[in-house]
Design a protein around this ligand. Structure first.
Ligand code: XIL
Length: 383
């Protein structure tokens, strides 16, 4: 057994203080932290966090109101963008300033940190120079050197400070189920060769770390979800056949209320095929992690009270299914506060109101979604 982290000791200390002081309010506050509830089930909870200048109005550790939420609810952190190539490799050189600041905060406060991501596979997320890069007369060799150097540099720099890596993110093309074709996979000669190199290098350089293949296939039924899921399963089978060291399937879990249907109906049509997929993944020996949980409330009503209940009910149903798998231990939200959520920009609502897919509203008040996540943890079988 590993020793308690500083953060766990602080949390335990706070709980003891609450009991000795007999302060009901304090005990309730300590008990409501999502990571505290998750721990009672052998699980853990955390969130994405961004870099920011001191006091910035962002989902950043440098925003005191946001940091207070992280410190109350989370034991795990993941950078929303700061470890992506667009940040660390905006030129061909390395620039770790923003991610370093996140890791420094996490270390000072005793959070565990996930590394998202060593490589985001769709070409649209590459830095400009990489799209135009000339891999020369021996492209496979050059691409291998470039990617292996990236993995080694990151893993060496952060060592044990990163407990889990999304080694590759979103390599499967949802519309075909095949591996995405990019300047990098073309240089390698195949997408499989690129993926294998990434995972083997990560295992060699960070043997302590959990190695995750992360993707956004989701449980809602739709043509692309079917082909996406089939493609991911094929990829997972291939990893096992070739002996590629992948420990865990990362399920982003940007779940979506995109249909004019009651929650119960969406859940009913989603659950069976989704379990089929998860069963197949765990049968191959993969662990599971929820890496980017939030709720797209696009088709939920404008009315705030009704919408918040719908979002909470939908989340609870999804998490109940996910938590029935003992292979799932860690759950990370893709941000804690609505006004900083990527969903506002990525997929705005037709009525132009703010999306409400995070546990806290724009005034930093906990919403029914927060309670739903807590209830799902409280009701999860212990692991
Ligand atoms: C998103 C960030 O939240 C945005 O700030 C950024 O503009 C684009 O990327 N899947 C992923 C995440 O794996 O990295 C994405 O994050 C959301 C979808």
């Amino acid at each position: 057994m590993t020793g308690l982290t500083r953060r766990e000791m602080l949390a335990a200390g706070a709980a003891t203080a609450a009991m000795t002081m007999g302060g009901t309010a304090m005990a309730r506050a300590a008990a409501s932290g999502l990571d505290t509830i998750a721990k009672t089930r052998g699980m853990r909870f955390g969130s994405a966090v961004a870099f920011g200048a001191p006091g910035a109005d962002r989902g950043s550790f440098a925003n005191p109101a946001y940091a207070a939420i992280l410190e109350r609810d989370c034991g795990l952190l993941v950078p929303e963008n700061e470890l992506k190539w667009q940040w660390t490799r905006h030129t061909q050189d390395y620039d770790f300033r923003q991610f370093d600041a996140i890791v420094d905060y996490a270390s000072a406060k005793g959070f565990r940190t996930r590394g998202h991501t060593l490589f985001w596979a769709p070409q649209k997320w590459f830095p400009e120079w990489l799209v135009k890069h000339d891999f020369g007369p021996q492209p496979a060799k050059a691409a291998e050197t470039m990617l292996a150097d990236h993995v080694r540099t990151v893993c060496k720099r952060y060592g044990a400070k990163i407990y889990s890596y999304d080694v590759v993110n979103e390599a499967v093309e949802p519309s075909t189920g095949a591996l995405r074709d990019t300047v990098v996979t073309r240089a390698f000669g195949s997408g499989e060769a690129m993926l294998d190199l990434m995972f083997h290098t990560a295992r060699a350089e960070a043997p302590h770390a959990e190695l995750v293949y992360n993707d956004y296939m989701s449980w809602e039924r739709g043509t692309e979800d079917e082909t996406h899921i089939a493609g991911v399963l094929k990829l997972l089978e291939g990893f096992r056949k070739r002996g590629t060291p992948v420990d865990t399937l990362g399920i982003q879990s940007h779940i979506r209320l995109l249909k004019d249907k009651p929650v119960a109906e969406i859940v009913k049509e989603s659950e069976g095929p989704w379990r089929h997929f998860l069963d197949a993944a765990v049968a191959m020996g993969y662990k599971l992690v929820i890496t980017e949980f939030d709720v797209n409330d696009k088709k939920a009503p404008t009315d705030i009270a009704a919408r918040d209940i719908m979002v909470a009910d939908y989340a609870k149903a999804y998490l109940d299914v996910m938590f029935s798998y003992p292979q799932l231990k860690d759950v990370l939200a893709w941000g804690m506060v609505d006004k900083y959520s990527w969903l506002t920009g990525f997929d705005p609502r037709a009525d132009k109101t703010m999306t409400r897919g995070c546990p806290y509203d724009a005034e930093f008040k906990a919403k029914p979604l927060h309670a739903a996540i807590g209830a799902a943890f409280a009701g999860a079988p212990a692991r």
